[in-house]
Design a protein around this ligand. Structure first.
Ligand code: PEP
Ligand code: MG
Length: 771
């Protein structure tokens, strides 16, 4: 693959152009791009020596393309050619292509393994799409296109048409086939153009709904057409609008479970595999079978279809397959070769800067295990009613597993406030965390009771089933009374609301007095493009309607930490929980927040809505957020109190607010200095730690406005009573817990809770004892 050098007067300009172009192709397909720009990070200028170093860095036997900005950039690049080894200078091409458009076209074309000549031509055609669109005369003539042997028609379904990224995916796909492919926009008559050229595809201006005729000729014409049809059907890899009706079938809502153990994430046992003399043939057969399984999953589970489309893409990755084949040719068995290459690939993902990409390692492992299972003939079905035993629980797994097929989840790692655990709880899946490395064999009967914190292998089944029956009666009673207010014995009314991550949480909620927390970053967390204002309005409206138009509290984007937003990449931080999280992110990038506030205001005109800003630390941040919000027009405004500094100065922060809502998950991790996702310190991160409770008490006494709790402490009925006794008047819990929290409050006399003793307690265990 050729290398690319960008020479510019400005480091920021060059880095941004490289960032934009790199977005167009997958990380593992990107050419090496070296930058020689600015005299330092902030001083404009070019330096021949820096250019020569960049040439050496990007050098490739296939050649190096140099893209430049103005005047002396050209002179410096020419001079640099004098400094480098003549064997390098020989295959360097300085190009007059436009820097941004040329770089994008060059990166996409180079990623397909095209020759230096082909990449130079594409870069120089970089302006064609724009010129054509604006009616200017193109400076570079399009090459004549070959008459196709066969053709088919596709429809562009993408919301924004065949824009840069989907076009880049199409070009990347086309150039992988030995075929000449053309495109004609049947709605505008534009074309035919070469589908292997990003610039020419841009001239089609193919918008949503346009029909495009794809013609192909050459040895792999049919394969190319088939692949393009599949890509078009998958929206060219773009995200569809979220289906707000999609269902997240729920679990029993109990905190106790029994069933056969299903060990997940511990890999596939390949020790019994006996290698033969046609390992390559076995691999090809296994790939075929795994591909078939994935196509069935894609077609039968449309709500998660994009996951399986991604798995199919991974399965077909040529570079990876070449590595596996090479390893088999070198004597490895099919499972050993496959496992090694995929383990390496997963490790590569885990090392990436972008948090979203890092999480994709789990997709790599899922594909790895699928093929391994086929190779060793293991079944992929979890036994019905089994208990999944997982090392850790990530949010994507918690959101997508079939809750109707399992009895519960036992997580080896401790910690109750990671987002995977929160999602599983909100789906009513019985769950216990922190079982550690207990030895569990697949299929062995196991049981747990999260209320008492017990986990047993080979339990007394009769006893467990009796407990399940009791809890079911308790739950049924609570659900039957869920719509009644939670009025304590001493006459205090506590509003109990539901935390919402997906619309279905609101649909499933029984007895909620509204929503005290809509996690918008979870609601749109599977999107790869930012939702529009209209899409956000639609989702918020659906949540409000599902809750009978009771008030909903929409929290603005809370990203960072363990919640990446794919469409808002963040730089890797050494301490992400102490870095740019929540509101902090948007002071630099306010546009996304502004769109969200616009959507919130529009829904607030129809139904009661509160807006809440996360991760606030200072009064300046509150002032800035209120400024961004503008006129309130009856909208109630609040902040989350989840940073100890915010708790301590709540009187100042809440001065212009209507409410504050305590996020006990984060408040606990920041108070105890125990990362909520780090299992090694999970026992420290206990929401009932008296230090956390003292901060909550301080907030209640000093806020001067309504105080709510929306952290997961509010989902624990026992803790909920304590919070109410401390003076919290609104609790927002995971859906399945709402009826139970209400029931417990109704049975309680808050005046009997010895809050002074609780606040003086030595530790969380003593608090539990007191409760
Ligand atoms: C919290 O921190 O308690 C909270 C509710 O926010 P999240 O769990 O989404 O960080
Ligand atoms: Mg939080």
């Amino acid at each position: 693959m050729i290398g690319i050098v960008v020479v510019s007067h400005s480091r920021a300009l060059a880095d941004a152009a490289v960032g934009l172009a790199s977005e167009m192709v997958a990380e593992d397909k990107r050419p090496v791009i070296a930058v020689a720009a600015g005299l330092d990070a902030t001083t404009f200028g070019t330096d021949a020596m820096a250019v020569s170093e960049a040439l050496a860095a990007a050098d490739s036997p296939d050649g190096v393309l140099v893209l430049l900005d103005l005047g002396s950039a050209v002179l410096s690049a020419e001079m640099a050619l004098e400094f480098v080894d003549p064997s390098v200078a020989d295959h360097v091409r300085l190009s007059s292509a436009p820097l941004v458009e040329g770089l994008v076209a060059a990166v996409v074309t180079a990623s397909t393994g095209a020759s230096l000549d082909a990449v130079v031509t594409e870069a120089e055609r970089g302006l064609v799409g724009k010129q054509d669109h604006l009616g200017d005369t193109p400076t570079v003539e399009a090459e004549p296109v070959v008459e196709p042997d066969r053709s088919l028609e596709i429809v562009v379904s993408n919301e924004h048409g065949l824009h840069a990224r989907p076009a880049a995916r199409l070009v990347g796909l086309v150039n992988g086939f030995d075929a000449a492919v053309t495109l004609t926009n049947l709605d505008t008559g534009k074309g035919p153009v070469d589908a292997g050229s990003l610039s020419m595809v841009a001239t089609l201006i193919a918008q949503q709904g346009h029909r495009v005729c794809v013609g192909a000729s050459g040895r792999q014409a049919s394969e190319a057409l088939e692949a393009i049809e599949t890509l078009a059907a998958a929206g060219f890899g773009d995200e569809p609008a979220p289906d707000v009706r999609s269902s997240t079938a729920g679990g029993s809502g109990l905190d106790v479970a029994i069933g056969p153990a299903v060990l997940v994430g511990s890999g596939v046992d390949v020790s019994g595999y006996v290698a033969g003399d046609n390992e390559l043939g076995r691999l090809e057969q296994a790939l075929e079978t795994a591909g078939e399984q994935l196509r069935v999953l894609r077609d039968t589970t449309p709500e998660h279809g994009d996951i399986f489309v991604a798995h199919l893409a991974l399965l077909g990755d040529r570079k990876v397959l070449d590595d596996v084949r090479a390893s088999i040719a070198g004597g490895a068995s099919a499972p050993a070769a496959w496992q090694q290459v995929y383990d390496d690939l997963a490790a590569t993902f885990e090392g990436l800067d972008d948090a979203y990409q890092r999480e994709r390692a789990q997709d790599v492992r899922a594909v790895r295990d699928r093929v391994l299972r086929v190779l060793v003939g293991a079944s992929e079905d979890a036994p019905a009613d089994g208990i999944l035993v997982v090392p850790e629980l990530d949010a994507a797994t918690a959101a997508t597993l079939d809750a109707t097929r399992i009895a519960g989840i036992a997580v080896r790692a401790a910690g109750t406030t990671g987002h995977g655990v929160i999602v599983a709880r909100s789906r009513g899946i019985p769950l216990i965390t922190g079982i550690g490395d207990v030895d569990v064999r697949p299929g062995a009967t196991i049981a747990f009771d999260a209320r008492t914190g017990t986990f047993e292998v080979a339990p007394d089944e009769e006893h467990v089933r009796a407990t399940i029956a009791e809890r079911q009666v308790e739950r049924d009673r609570a659900v039957a009374q869920a719509d009644e207010h939670a009025i304590t014995r001493d006459g205090r009314t506590i509003d109990v609301l539901v935390n919402v991550g997906v619309v279905q949480d609101a649909v499933d909620a029984r007895g909620a007095d509204g929503s005290g927390l809509v996690r918008t970053e979870v609601l749109f967390g599977d999107r790869r493009t930012a939702p529009t204002v209209d899409e956000q309005v639609e989702a918020f409206r659906a949540i409000a309607q599902a809750l009978g138009n009771k008030p909903i509290t929409i929290r603005t984007w809370d990203i960072g930490g363990d919640k990446p937003l794919p469409f808002l990449p963040q730089a890797k931080e050494a301490n992400p929980f102490l870095g740019e999280r929540g509101l902090r992110v948007f002071r630099r990038r306010p546009e996304l927040l502004r769109d969200q506030l616009e959507a919130i205001r529009r829904v607030a005109a129809e139904t009661p809505v509160h807006v809440m800003f996360p991760m606030v630390t200072t009064a300046d941040e509150v002032a800035w957020a209120l400024d961004e919000l503008g006129p309130r027009d009856g909208l109630e405004v609040g902040i989350m109190v989840e940073v100890p500094a915010a708790a301590l100065r709540v009187a100042t922060l809440a001065k212009d607010l209507d409410f504050v809502s305590i996020g006990t998950n984060d408040l606990t991790q920041y108070t105890t200095a125990a990362d909520r996702t780090n299992t090694a310190v999970a026992s420290l991160a206990d929401g009932l730690d008296p230090a956390v409770l003292q901060l909550i008490d301080h907030v209640v006494r000093n806020a001067g406005v309504r105080v709510a709790v929306c952290g997961d402490l509010a989902s624990d009925p026992q803790a909920a009573v304590l919070l109410a006794a401390l003076g919290v008047t609104e609790l927002s819990a995971v859906g399945p817990q709402v009826p139970l929290v209400k029931a417990r409050l109704r049975q309680s006399d808050l005046s009997q809770v010895d809050t002074a003793a609780v606040l003086r307690a030595r530790d969380a265990d003593q608090v539990r004892g007191l409760l």
